[in-house]
Design a protein around this ligand. Structure first.
Ligand code: NOJ
Ligand code: CA
Length: 565
């Protein structure tokens, strides 16, 4: 029996598949994945069993940051399709019972956006400049940036206006991504218009990029970098926040999301939204509250090493946090910003105290480790599959990133000339960036571009080893990663129930096992150890992250789903 949630709550326990459109499937053979390519692969998504897809940006963009530099929020990039293609794709997905979520990038636009172009042209003090963050440079000739702040992607967070007027504009990310001034009513109104535009086109929800960044206090004097880097928005005893950080996680940002929520609730069912917010755990709830966006990504599980204790602690903490704010937790192991988890689990542990705090920093850190030739590919995939099966059994929703269902490894064979991520360029190659998880998918092992597209080569190089992960190869192998995902998603629909979890404790203090129960007699055993263990008595095996089980034993580094006999 399938556990039915009210329509308005569909997202609480959904499996959402992230599509990075330019790397998914290329229908017209120009080397760039497109919307028609997605439409052609809907049967694949249906068979996989996902509830929704989230599309990373497909809007017109110069692709300076993989589409997160948006030139027009209410159109499709002509390089990858048209609005008609979007409609056709949505209709085909809808027919297959799959909902659509789109990515909203409200912190910054592209420097190609007509507002930014107009701002540069209109000059200092103009109404057009007020929609962005322009300041005078320092020094006699104003040729020094207004502050010493650094961009998240490296280098200065300010670039000259290009008008030779001594003004600079603020960009928290690449210089092609000027930050909006969210105090401006035009900006507020225009984003409501954008959300309505996509809501009216039938999307079910939104992923909100850099959700913690919109509200800023750019009044003078601005602190220097050393001070800024240490500032956070701390929670005070009375529950209010001490607003100390000028550009990060400020309380006023929630006024924006409350106005969005009013719009979302005009739809039936209401539109959902999930915040990408890299904030302290005690601040996350504000983004996920029901009068705000409703859900916020929890990336905590992505930071765990393959140790029972780390996961147990993280699961308890994440579930408690989601419960407190009446949202549901989001489980994520991979996305377009981090190293694929099959590779991550093949690397040595990262001591917890050394973990970088932001997603970009984490990835850069891991990428540099990946250059180490001692990557355990087989073990990495085994542990990745075990962790995927574990998170798919937890209460809450799971976000899957395209290609992880094939067990794809991170691609390191990309030359400096082929790299696209601005992080690579802005750090002069010091940090290798995120291209390795954005390489186009292999669909058919013996076709050109592995079936991704039949014309030009893929826009990022697909190494030969990818053929063994191609969909057609995995389709035929019952124990492939793809078939493990398919089976897990199918069973999950039947096993899903109230968002409850009960730990089953083991007497052995040294045990390497996590064991929990879900409603309806569904049990999950994760063997973090290297040696095999017995299946608990009275249980039948439903699914395993490993190969077929022998002698009713659960091999090391394997997760199994069981049901009472
Ligand atoms: C987070 C996105 O996931 C990432 O890909 C992008 O580079 C930054 N936000 C800036 O938009
Ligand atoms: Ca194409």
């Amino acid at each position: 029996m399938v556990y039915l949630l009210p329509d308005a709550d569909w997202w609480r326990q959904a499996v959402i598949y992230q599509i990075y459109p330019r790397s998914f499937a290329d229908a017209n053979g120009d080397g760039i994945g497109d919307l028609k390519g997605i439409t052609s692969r809907v049967p694949y998504l249906k068979q996989l069993g996902v509830d929704a897809v989230w599309l990373s940006p497909f809007y017109p963009s110069a692709l300076k940051d993989g589409g997160y530099d948006v030139a027009d929020y209410r159109d499709v990039d002509p390089k990858i399709g048209t609005l008609e293609d979007f409609n056709e794709m949505s209709a085909t997905l809808k027919q297959a019972g799959i909902k659509v979520m789109v990515d909203i990038v409200p912190n910054h636009s592209s420097d190609d956006h007509e507002w930014f172009q107009a701002a540069v042209k209109a000059g200092k003090g103009s109404a057009e400049r007020a929609r962005y963050i322009f300041r005078d440079g320092l020094g006699e000739n104003k040729d020094q940036p207004p502050t010493d702040w650094l961009s998240i992607f490296g280098g200065s967070a300010w670039s000259p206006s290009g008008s030779d007027d001594g003004q600079w504009y603020f960009h928290w990310f690449d210089s092609s991504q000027p930050d909006f001034n969210w105090e401006h009513s035009d900006v507020k109104e225009d984003f409501l218009k954008t959300l309505k535009f996509w809501g009216d086109r039938g999307v079910s929800g939104f992923r909100i990029d850099v959700a913690h960044g919109l509200a800023k206090d750019m009044s003078e004097p601005l602190p220097n970098w050393e001070t800024l880097d240490k500032l956070t928005t701390r929670k005070l005893q009375n529950g209010n926040a001490e607003l100390v950080h000028p550009i990060y996680d400020r309380d006023e940002v929630h006024e924006i999301y409350q106005s969005w929520r009013k719009l979302f609730n005009q739809y039936n069912p209401p539109l959902m939204a999930v915040a990408e917010a890299w904030v302290a755990p005690d601040r996350k709830g504000l983004y996920a509250s029901s009068d705000g966006l409703g859900q916020a990504f929890s990336f905590d599980i992505l930071l765990c090493n393959f140790h029972k204790e780390e996961y147990e602690e993280c699961i308890n903490r994440s579930l408690a946090a989601a419960r407190e704010i009446k949202s549901s937790n989001t489980w994520v192991l991979s996305n377009h910003d981090v190293m694929r988890h099959a590779s991550r689990f093949g690397l040595p542990d990262v001591p917890n105290e050394n973990l970088p705090v932001s997603q970009v920093a984490l990835n850069v850190f891991l990428q540099n480790k990946l250059q180490d030739p001692k990557v355990d590919v087989e073990g990495g995939l085994r542990r990745a599959r075990a962790m995927t099966m574990m998170i798919l059994a937890l209460p809450g929703s799971t976000y899957i990133y395209q290609g992880e269902e094939l067990g794809l490894q991170e691609v390191v064979e990309i030359s400096p000339e082929e790299r696209q991520d601005p992080i690579f360029r802005r750090t002069e190659g010091h940090d290798i960036g995120r291209d390795g998880c954005r390489v186009p998918l292999p669909w058919v092992s013996n076709e050109k571009n592995f079936g991704y597209g039949s014309g030009k080569s893929a826009h990022l190089p697909q190494p030969d080893w990818m053929s063994q992960y191609a969909v057609d190869v995995e389709d035929r192998d019952p124990s492939s990663t793809l078939n493990v995902y398919r089976k897990a998603l199918e069973l999950r629909k039947e096993l899903q129930g109230p968002e409850e979890l009960e730990w089953i404790k083991n007497d052995d203090a040294n045990s390497d096992i996590l064991h929990f129960k879900r409603p309806g007699g569904w049990e999950v055993v994760v063997n973090f150890g290297k040696t095999e263990i017995n299946i608990p008595a009275g249980q039948v095996l439903l699914n395993s992250s490993g190969k077929a089980l022998e002698n009713d034993k659960i091999p090391g580094e394997t997760t199994v789903w069981l049901k009472n006999e």
